[in-house]
Design a protein around this ligand. Structure first.
Ligand SMILES: Cc1cc2nc3c(=O)[nH]c(=O)nc-3n(C[C@H](O)[C@H](O)[C@H](O)COP(=O)(O)O)c2cc1C
Length: 187
């Protein structure tokens, strides 16, 4: 289990092997049971598998991300729903805290971004648990993707992640990581 953290790597290419829809459902089952503040769960996901959907996404990817994204078995758009607080009475039933967010777009955005990013991290590690490789990307036109996929909604793209069974020849050597002493203090 520890290996999914210590031997983690980004994949820039994948084997020619389908990722079944049930695997994507399993993946979300693993993501959904992890912590978010007030159990707010702002993450929303579009899984791009069809050629038609790939063609819609491709114009908005940065040049160096276009081919690997087009060729990936699945590309997930990980978005956040800025209306997440409307469901808080259902999702955090012990106390209605939705009033904290109504009319407070800055706190709403901060909470959605923080928690959808956390859920995005859970997503990447859940994929690794399932034997999948991942290629997360922030190199794309956020506003373009939002217009194309989320027009007339409160969903905003956070990041995009290619998924598939990793091609071991399509990774890069591990770059330097900080040691504990460089980044942590025990007070
Ligand atoms: C949020 C995020 C955005 C990234 N954006 C891109 C990207 O746009 N294009 C790309 O080729 N790699 C992208 N990467 C991959 C990183 O460059 C890579 O994970 C990092 O260099 C560490 O490599 P490793 O995971 O193989 O150790 C991104 C990674 C993350 C987590």
């Amino acid at each position: 289990m520890k290996k999914i953290f210590t031997e983690s790597k980004t994949f820039y290419g994948f084997q020619d092997k389908e990722v079944e829809d049930e695997t994507l459902v399993d993946l979300y089952e693993m993501v959904k049971n992890n912590a978010t503040s007030f159990n707010c769960q702002p993450l929303r996901i579009i899984f791009i598998k069809s050629i038609n959907a790939k063609k819609r996404l491709n114009p908005y990817m940065l040049e160096n991300n276009k081919k690997k994204t087009f060729d990936a078995p699945v590309t997930a758009i990980l978005a956040m729903d800025l209306s997440f607080y409307e469901d808080l009475p259902k999702n955090f039933s012990s106390m209605d805290v939705s009033f904290l967010f109504k009319g407070n777009p800055e706190f709403t955005h901060l909470t959605a971004f923080r928690n959808s990013s956390l859920q995005g991290g859970y997503f990447i590690k859940a994929a690794h648990c399932l034997g999948l490789g991942t290629g997360p990307m922030s190199g794309f036109d956020n506003e373009g993707v939002d217009r194309e996929f989320f027009a007339n909604t409160d969903w905003k793209t956070n990041f995009i992640c290619n998924i598939g069974y990793g091609d071991e020849t399509q990774t890069k050597p591990r770059e330097r990581r900080y040691s504990f002493d460089e980044i942590a203090k025990i007070l």
